[in-house]
Design a protein around this ligand. Structure first.
Ligand code: SF4
Length: 86
């Protein structure tokens, strides 16, 4: 079965470097306030994180974006195992 991944994005701490939007423009775009938006994400009031789920086909790009973020505020979690990959 195809895997799914949860993205957690701590937008408050974004410094606007733009690497995520360059590496994964399907999931991140820069906003006028100089921070990145996680496209089609939902805000989790409890954690303060923006969240969405993506499929296996988006794995390489989201991992590149998460690993490339200089302040490491993009997290990728394996939905099956709960393991935090970034
Ligand atoms: S790479 Fe990180 S700091 Fe830069 S815009 Fe994206 S989320 Fe913000």
């Amino acid at each position: 079965m195809a895997k799914t991944y949860k993205i957690e994005y701590d937008r408050n701490n974004c410094i606007g470097a733009g690497i995520c939007a360059a590496l994964d423009p399907e999931n991140f775009k820069m906003n006028d306030d100089t921070k990145a938006d996680l496209i089609d994400a939902t805000f989790n009031e409890k954690t303060g994180m923006w969240e969405k789920e993506v499929g296996q086909e988006e794995y390489d790009k989201i991992m590149a974006a998460a690993g490339g973020c200089p302040v490491l505020i993009i997290h990728v979690i394996d939905k099956e195992t709960g393991e935090r990959l970034v």
